[in-house]
Design a protein around this ligand. Structure first.
Ligand code: PHE
Length: 347
């Protein structure tokens, strides 16, 4: 029995040394010390021993058990320490590796131009307002003195929501003139930037969705001279003091008289040609149309409850994309909407 106990002790200690995980240790503990374990099996045979042998063997058995328990605890501690060591090594941070740089974007070039324009107008005393993109035909056309049957109401140009053509995606920001005059009495200065929608094919200067900036000034004694002065000042602020512009007579149902303002093409400098080819930016015109404008039609003032005998005003609507193209020297309008990062990064 003594040899048996020695044998158990030797093999137990060797097995514990070989175990390398907490699960393996637990398995060994049950096998060695448990109720069905090897040591228990030996102790069960103690009854067969003589009275002298029994205490000696008992003592030996206890010391074997103690050695196994001690070894078990030591191995547990070792394995735990090794696991900790491995975890720390794995999680170590190499502070000498260069950091990952965080790239911060910037405003879209068109929004940069919009911001500049808003700043200029706010400085001139205009109030900047926002309006609905889904608009009533009443505001978009009728109260702007655009009669039934006018070509701009045509289904081929306008996105309508209803069969009776009463609700639409606004084709211009001019309905904001009506909305503003409904709620404000003169003297007033308003600026209303926003999206507008037309059934246009996209090309270098057209897009079915684009942005306009509507301006409206109504007070006593406002004249066409005020309109030209305001627009000239603004364009010089946007394009620089040497910007070349021209006013052309035009017709809009909601202004009388009406005009359009063009800016000399920034690509061909007004010649209409680049390297012997027709300039692709202005289609050979030499000029890029920037805005429509005019003196607010007396009927429009009346439609908003403002006395045209007492008050007069001017209004203008400019295309933001075209303004941005001129200011940022962009040759194709579609680039503004493509969201190509290689393009956007240049601004
Ligand atoms: N709304 C007109 C357009 O889209 C522009 C305009 C605005 C003309 C204000 C006159 C006055 O073409």
């Amino acid at each position: 029995m003594k040899e048996q106990l020695e044998q158990i002790k030797q093999s137990a200690l060797a097995a514990l040394d070989a175990a390398s995980t907490p699960a393996a240790l637990e398995e060994l503990r049950v096998k060695l010390l448990g109720k069905k374990g090897e040591l228990t099996a030996v102790l069960k045979q103690m009854g067969k021993l003589s009275a002298e042998e029994r205490p000696v063997m008992g003592q030996l058995a206890n010391s074997v058990r103690a050695s196994i328990e001690e070894k078990l605890e030591k191995r547990k501690a070792d394995i735990h320490a090794a696991a900790l060591e491995a975890k720390l090594a794995a999680e170590a941070i190499d502070v000498t590796i260069p950091g990952k740089s965080v790239s911060i974007g910037h405003q879209h070039p068109m929004n940069q131009v919009l911001q500049t324009i808003k700043d200029i107008f706010v400085g001139l005393g205009y109030q900047v307002v926002d309006g609905p993109e889904v608009e009533l035909a009443d505001y978009n056309f009728t109260r702007l003195n655009i009669e039934e049957g006018h070509p701009s109401r045509d289904r081929s140009d306008t996105f309508y929501f209803t069969d009776d053509d009463s609700v639409l995606l606004r084709t211009q920001t001019s309905p904001m003139q009506i909305r503003y005059m409904e709620n404000h009495k003169p003297p007033l200065c308003m600026l209303a930037p926003g999206r507008v929608f037309r059934k246009d094919e996209a090309d270098a200067t057209h897009s079915p969705m684009f942005h306009q900036i509507e301006g409206l000034v109504v007070a006593e004694n406002i004249t066409m001279g005020d309109l030209k002065g305001a627009l000239t000042t603004i364009m010089r602020k946007i394009y620089g003091e040497d910007a070349v512009m021209r006013f052309r007579p035009h017709h809009f149902p909601f202004t009388e008289p009406s005009c359009e303002m063009d800016m000399q093409c920034h690509k061909c400098h007004g010649t209409g040609e680049v390297d012997g080819q027709v300039c692709s930016t202005c289609h050979g015109e030499g000029w890029i149309e920037l805005l429509g404008a005019g003196m607010v039609h007396p009927k429009v003032l009346e439609n908003c409850g403002i006395d045209p005998e007492k008050y007069s005003g001017f209004a203008f609507g400019m295309g933001l994309e075209r303004l941005a193209m001129g200011r940022m020297k962009i040759n194709d309008l579609r680039l503004i909407f493509d969201n190509d990062i290689r393009f956007l990064n240049q601004f």
